[in-house]
Write a protein that binds this ligand. Sequence first.
Ligand code: UT7
Length: 330
Amino acid sequence: MKEPKPIVEIAATGRWLPERVVTNADLEKELDTSDAWIRERTGIRERRIAGPEVGAADMGARAARIAMKRAGVHAGEIDFIIVATATPDRLLPSTACDIQAMLGATNAAAYDISAACSGFLFAMEIAEGHIAAGRGDLALVISTEKMTGIVDWTDRSTAVLFGDGAGAALVRRSSNGRGVMSSYIRSDGTLAELLWRPAGGVRIPMDAGVLERRDHLVKMAGREVFKHAVKAMADAADQALVRAGLTGDDIDLFIPHQANMRIIEATAKFAKIPMSKVYINVDRYGNMSSATIPVALDEALEQGRIGPGDNVLMVAFGAGFTWASSVVRW
Ligand code: UT7
C-alpha cells in the first residue's frame, strides 16, 4: 500500500497536572478498598486531584500555554481551539470559550466536543479536517478533565480509577512529510448505559431525587466496559496501522488510553507491539479520560522516547462507546 501523505503535524505539546497526589493508601482510609486490589486489577498506584479553585478551563489553558511557548506561537495566530472534555466547567458556554478568553486567542473559533476518553483523537481528526479544507492553519487541541469532580466518592468500583489533568497539542500544516499518517474514529451509542452519568442534563434535570440517587455522577459496569474496551482498542489499533500502511513492527512508541494496565497489555499483544515500546503512566495518574493520551505524549517527548522519523501509535476507548486511533510520524 502506498504511504499516505500527512496533511497536519503536531508542532508542540504541553501538559498540566495538579500537584496534590492521592495514593491508594490514602483511599484505603476512605473506602472499603486496598492498595493490592487497585494495583492488581488496574495498575494504578496514585492519581492527581485538582483543588476546588481549579477548573477544567484553568487546567487546559495552562497546558495550552506550554505548547504555545514551545512552538513559539502567539495567541492571535490560533484559528481553532477544540476542547475535548467530559468535565466542562459548566454546560453553557463551552470550556473552549473560557480557554480562548484566558489565552486571549481572539482570532480563533472555539468549541467543545464530547467523545469521552477518545476525545483527544476525535479532536485531532477534526483539527486535521479544518486545516485540510483550508479554513485555517493552526489548531489548538486540548483535553482537560477534572474527573474527580464527577466521581461518586462513595462507590469504590469507580472512585479509585480516575484522576485529573490536561494535555494540549498545537496542530499545523505538515512539512517534511511528517505528521498524522492515519486516523480512525468510531462509536456505538447502543451501549451508552454501560458507562454514563444518567442525569443532570435536560432529559432528567438535577433535582433532590437525582442528588440522592447520585445519578449525576459516573456509573460504570466495569467488567462489561472492560470486555468492549479490549475488543474496540484492538480494532482501532488495527485500523490505524492498516490506514498508515504499517504493521506493529513499524511502531516505535505505542501510547494507549490509560484506564487499566490489563487493557493496555491486551491491546499491545494484539497489535504485536512489545511492552518495552508501550508508554505507561496509568500507575501515576489513573484514568484522566481524554487527557491520558496528550499527557503521555508530552511526557514521552520530554523524556526523549520519541525521535525524528519515529512512528507513534495512539489508541483510545471510552464512554459512548467511542473508540479511536492514529499513527503520527515525528
Ligand atoms: O476510560 C473509559 C474506559 N474504562 C475502562 O476501560 C474501565 C474498564 N474496566 C476495568 O478496568 C475493570 O473492570 C475494573 C478495574 C473497573 C474492575 O475490575 P474487575 O476485575 O472487572 O472487577 P469487578 O468489577 O468484576 O469486581 C470484582 C470484585 C467485586 O467483588 P465480588 O463481587 O467478586 O465479591 C467487586 O465488588 O472486586 C470488588 N471491587 C473492589 N474491591 C476492592 C470493585 N472495586 C473494588 C475496589 N476495591 N476498589
